[in-house]
Ligand binder design. Sequence first.
Ligand SMILES: Cc1ncc(COP(=O)(O)O)c(C=O)c1O
Length: 424
Amino acid sequence: MNGSWHPHLWHPTTQVCTAPSPLPVRSGRGAVLELADGRQLIDAISSWWVTLHGHGEPAIAAAIGRQAQDLEQVIFANFSHAPAEKLATALSERSGLERLFFSDNGSTAVEVALKIAWQWWHNRGEPRQRLIAFAGAYHGDTVGAMAVGARSLFTAAYDPLLFDVARVDWPQCSWDDPEPLARESAALAALEQALATPTAAVILEPLIQGASGMAMVRPAFLQAVQRRVRAAGALLIADEVMTGFGRTGHLFACQRAGIAPDLMALSKGLTGGFLPMGVTLASERLYQGFISADPSATFFHGHSFTANPLGCAAALASLELLEARAERYQGFEGRHRPLLEGLRCHPRVRRARCLGTVAAFDVAVTQPGYLNGVGLEIQRHCLEAGVYLRPLGHVVYLLPPLCLSDDQLERCYTAISRALDALS
Ligand SMILES: Cc1ncc(COP(=O)(O)O)c(C=O)c1O
């Protein structure tokens, strides 16, 4: 089914020696990608979690087209424009965070959050040196985002470049283990200990750590984390790059978790998956900490494409669609559950879990982890059945676009079930 390696391209997160060559894709409509030879694949992971409604969503394509006729790009340092202002108002009203700073992707949205938190303390004349993150976290591939992410195979080569962070366990739970209270208590005790050193900020992926293997925690745990962070006077950063825009069944995972962060990073589904854009939302209190006659208090950060008007137009159209069809993201969990329940009895399935549009399970293997080849084996079987998955090693998950039909969802589960049966 694969194509060939292009002599001038370098693909992301790909070892050419061992990876299958890339699939030549021609078009995308709804949940389906069409390959150059006409074969069709259900995109069951929303193309790295970005395609929110579906590929080629006409309302977003039209909004981008209209905006391109008026203003495609402008430097945002001396200018402002209606699409950016409307988007800032809309996201501020929905997140409860008053200020919006634009960047280009999830990693930069996280970098901006970290830098705002760090400099806010600096500007107050009370610099705080500690950042706290969770074991298993993934916040992106730029150097600062890697530093707060878990140390792993992906970061090993850069270790000397990565600043130190205090690390707290992430007490994940699943249907088989719904009340991981002992692990939660241990993590909260470790958090308290880490917070004893004056802390600038604690960063977390609310409710689901994505890249580490769809590791879910209970809202009650995050509420307890927030209480401790507040008591220590530290800032709370929610990285909603994956979880934002309905992925957990609420517009933002923080709402489902019952927490209110000081900073929130968003990207991926922000533009419906059409254009690369990141935003960092911050409270007014943080913004005010940068207002001063002293130029050194300025937030000296900016990207060439800050507030790109096409991205803003796409994001506004996407948000409008999301809210007009809220039942799609609110109801997805109810569609996953019976099908996942069916898979749960399979002898190779462990720790089935589901939240909003995300369903996941571990495959029983002797050596779990990202390098376990079982994911590739399942991917291969599912591709043959017309379903594109990208398991995280031994963790198989579905994170489909919201337009996925019941029939397509069933096809995904059937493909997975048959792939499990065929495992060596
Ligand atoms: C939680 C989280 N934060 C940050 C990122 C980085 O986003 P990007 O790949 O757009 O830089 C990702 C990407 O998967 C993510 O899942």
